[in-house]
Design a protein around this ligand. Structure first.
Ligand SMILES: OCc1cccc(Br)n1
Length: 447
């Protein structure tokens, strides 16, 4: 809207509502900021349902919950590997002139806390968290700017039993919400494949992260751009060619033929696939050499959950990051973890008709039949609440028709009516809404 002179002489525009003009207040924009979501009750019930599963699965696997500020020092995320997550950092300078950022991921915060705890914690650590993560993306792509991620991390275990345990956690989650191996799978590879190829071509170690970030785009941008970007960071044509060929390897056997049996990449992957048999989730896994994931700090096994119909983006992803700690100036600790977002999984559940029915549920509606019985109704509500019963207490005089309608909407088990004559006899009226059964009960016997 064009800027206009408000009567008070100030200037108001579309984003800065003008001052009230003689009883008129310009209505604020009631939508949440671009790319963000509100969670009204029905959406919050679904979110809680999902997060409760995340937390229960973490508990079943013996993980401890941790949390960190959504606001972190920008320095935690300023990796120089050309990652999208860095380009879209939601960062700013605070009033203390500190460079800060809304976290785009949770792993760096977890590493920071592990370093902070130092020797006061004993390894291995099995920590999990569910937290909101942010990115600032030009809204031209209309993508969200926030999502919640479930993370599980194992700190201090160098062997692939750790990755196997993480995948077990995700399989457990999928099973709990009705997703099977016919719906989703895990593409599994190891960045040690790339590492071994790059080593053959004497590519300096410090280019590893950049190369992985470029290759992660292999299914998103034309292969000529991939080649150009790889050449630009210093790889020879030959190295580029070999890299792209090894990424198209179709099986672990073929990979072993190409890389030999003595390398760690093949050994780790064979070990992981044998462990998958023991964990009972072999059918969920497939080797896919093209999986590298887009975070620069992965160093070993990487995996991502995908929908077999190929309609959705990756459901989750993770891997080993054995050198993240040294990038923060600390001694390295072997580590691996995954992130599981709250958006793609809901799209998958919708696709599969697996969204749970989660209506509002309250045990009792308690209602005074006369204005002067409000206090008595409060006493009844208190008695029930102390017994662990949920009560929606009617807080003002309402016609019975209104009360019944609210009881139906709240899917209430029963209606407790506080009326004068009953109250005089120490009784209250009860109506079981599912059967219509109606009776009086002594206050002391209310349960
Ligand atoms: O997965 C990348 C990402 C990071 C932060 C917020 C959103 Br939405 N997406």
């Amino acid at each position: 809207a064009a800027e206009t002179d408000s009567p008070s002489g100030g200037r108001s525009g579309a984003l800065t509502p003008g001052p009230a003009v003689a009883g008129h207040v310009q209505k604020i924009d009631v939508n949440p900021p671009k790319g963000t979501r509100d969670f009204p009750p029905e959406d919050m019930r679904l979110r809680n349902w999902l997060f409760d599963h995340f937390k229960e699965v973490s508990r079943l696997h013996g993980f401890e919950e941790v949390d960190f500020p959504v606001l972190e020092s920008e320095a935690l995320f300023t990796r120089k590997a050309g990652e999208e997550i860095k380009d879209q950092l939601y960062c700013f300078e605070d009033r203390g002139n500190r460079r800060v950022a809304l976290r785009p991921e949770l792993t760096p915060s977890l590493a920071r806390l592990v370093i902070q705890k130092g020797k006061s914690v004993s390894l291995p650590l099995k920590w999990f968290t569910v937290g909101q993560c942010w990115r600032y993306e030009r809204m031209t792509r209309g993508r969200r700017r926030e999502h919640y991620q479930w993370n599980m991390d194992i700190i201090g275990v160098p062997g692939v039993m750790a990755e196997a345990e993480l995948i077990s956690s995700i399989v457990t989650l999928f099973k709990r919400i009705g997703i099977t191996e016919s719906d989703v799978g895990f593409k599994v590879s190891s960045r040690k494949v790339l590492q071994e190829v790059l080593k053959c071509y004497s590519v300096p170690e410090n280019l590893f992260g950049k190369v992985c970030v470029i290759i992660d785009k292999i299914e998103k941008i034309p292969v000529d751009e991939i080649k150009r970007d790889l050449t630009a960071v210093g790889l020879t044509q030959e190295a580029v060619q070999e890299l792209l060929q090894v990424l198209s390897v179709k099986s672990l056997a073929e990979l072993e033929e190409r890389l030999g049996s003595s390398g760690e990449a093949v050994a780790d992957l064979k070990h992981l696939f044998s462990l998958a048999e023991k964990f009972g989730y072999s059918k969920w896994l497939q080797f896919d050499a093209s999986v590298v994931r887009g975070l620069a700090y992965y160093t070993g096994i990487v995996f991502e959950g995908f929908d077999r119909e190929g309609k959705l983006r990756a459901i989750c992803g993770g891997g080993r990051y054995d050198h993240l700690f040294s990038t923060f100036g600390a001694d390295d600790i072997a580590a691996c973890g995954f992130g599981f977002g709250d958006a793609v999984i809901v799209e998958l559940l919708k696709e599969k008709g697996l969204l749970p029915e989660l209506g509002l549920q309250v045990d009792n509606i308690v209602c005074a039949l006369d204005e002067d019985l409000q206090g008595c109704a409060a006493m009844v509500a208190n008695i029930l609440r102390e017994k662990g019963q949920s009560v929606d207490l009617v807080l003002e005089s309402k016609p019975l028709k209104w009360v019944f309608k609210r009881a139906a909407r709240a899917n209430a088990e029963r209606l407790v009516l506080v009326g004068n004559s009953e109250w005089q006899r120490g009784m209250v009226g009860v109506k079981i809404l599912s059967t219509g059964e109606q009776y009086e009960v002594k206050l002391d016997d209310l349960k």
